[in-house]
Design a protein around this ligand. Sequence first.
Ligand SMILES: *[C@@H]1O[C@H](CO)[C@@H](O)[C@H](O)[C@H]1NC(C)=O
Ligand SMILES: *[C@@H]1O[C@H](CO)[C@@H](O)[C@H](O)[C@H]1NC(C)=O
Ligand SMILES: [Zn+2]
Length: 521
Amino acid sequence: MCLSSVCHQSVISLSSVMLPLKEKDKPIVQKLLSAGCCARCILRFCCVRVQAAYRQPQQDTLKELQAFICDTENTVSEAPEEPPTKRVKLEPSGTDAQSEEDAAAVTLKEEESSVCVLCLGILHQFCGAPQAVKVRSHTVGHVQSVTYSRSRTVGHTQSVTYSRSGTVGQSDDVIQVKEAFKWIMQGLVAKELGRGVAVSAFEVGVEFIHEATDSDCHFLASACPDCFKPTKNKQVRRMAVVKALEKISDARFLKHYPCPPAQPSSCCSLQDVQCVHVSVFVAGRYNKFCRSLPQTPWVIDGERRMESSVEELIAAPILSAFRADGFNFSSSGREDVDVRTLGNGRPFAMELLNPHKSRLNRAEMKQLQETINKSSEKIRVRDLQVVSREAMSRMKEGEEEKTKSYTALIWTQKPIEREEITFIDDIKELTLDQKTPLRVLHRRALAVRQRVIHSMNTRFLDPHHFYLGLKTQAGTYIKEFVHGDFGRTKPNLCELLKTDTDILELDVESVDVDWPPAIPE
Ligand SMILES: *[C@@H]1O[C@H](CO)[C@@H](O)[C@H](O)[C@H]1NC(C)=O
Ligand SMILES: *[C@@H]1O[C@H](CO)[C@@H](O)[C@H](O)[C@H]1NC(C)=O
Ligand SMILES: [Zn+2]
């Protein structure tokens, strides 16, 4: 009887968005309404994908839902025998004389003050214009529209989602809180920015916390210890919760977790709003002309050993040109601190984190290259260009099959004559068995790797020195081939020349990776 009065009211003020609900959704809507869910969460669990339904005022949705469950008399009587909550029970002061307007007013007021058991308030308290303004004030500095928003909710929301989907819907079809939040906020933010929202390069991260339910998921750690590895990464932790929830049986879950969950007394709070530009990737090739420059910062026991590094010399000007917050450097292999990289250089790529500039024109790119070239005598760069994330993987593709060319300055213990070393020039496709070198054993697993030296050539210098040119499979340890590494590399140059040999200098002459594409001057 009380329900029908609401139904009557709702039918009158039916809003423009027609909810695509089916007969089978009725018990779900009824159950969730009585469990204390907000209107938007009910849409989520009815798997409604119409974005406009989430964007309309939530009071309108609520009225529509109430009208929906009242549509046929028998559905109401078929409802699960859960006690109706205060929200559905509309008997202000218990008088029938109360007007329908009053009844409706009470519904809405109660709706505003109670916190949804599923989204903890994210979809009703945080989806208003003030939040959009907040998001906007974070974005105007970047003068772009916002397309993507992420919400990370505490585990509570996730687990309830799962417990609920087990009983009322297909978990795959249930709309996630973050998805619904995104749809609502896109509408609001677009309105605030005064323009449409299209695909853009920005991500807005929105983080919520809810202290009261923070420990809700702790029982999962004992239910599924394998799912949880120590991590500080929130994304990884959230995935562990999802995994554990998938593994745990319904019976076990319900033993630990009330269904429906208790009504939270407070809404979660907005922890942080961040707007970041998606990463920009820059690639090129570098030369290194110095024998005392590591590729990456060299830190031993927290103490810095070399004043600079290839990575830092290249990154500093690029970071400032793109005004990025940070970077991630990778290259096609790497050279030792005392090895030079000559010729066309070594391919490298950098991920620029949250850049404030995403493109450079040809002239600017050339200018940047020149700035790097002039910043130090130790390095040079060429073929500098912006590339896609996907293209970057080409650098690592088939790395083992690529060839590299080197020049090594060799010392021999026994005096040698010019003709004594020429036989080396005729050696082709020499296969080496290389045990992991002693010098890298502390960071690499012990293994025997087979590598091929495709060809070699010699240039006599004096009775104790000659230059050895090598063309090898990538990943060959050249120093170990020369001195033998106490017999750990076989065959080796000492064996071939029947004398102790050592390597005095090493240069990389070429890294045969045809990426990134050469840029004509
Ligand atoms: C740097 O790249 C590695 C490998 O691609 C990735 O695992 C790591 O998260 C990246 N770091 C940052 C700060 O993006
Ligand atoms: C930077 O140095 C490299 C290597 O010497 C050279 O190929 C390139 O043209 C230089 N670029 C500029 C803009 O100076
Ligand atoms: Zn909700």
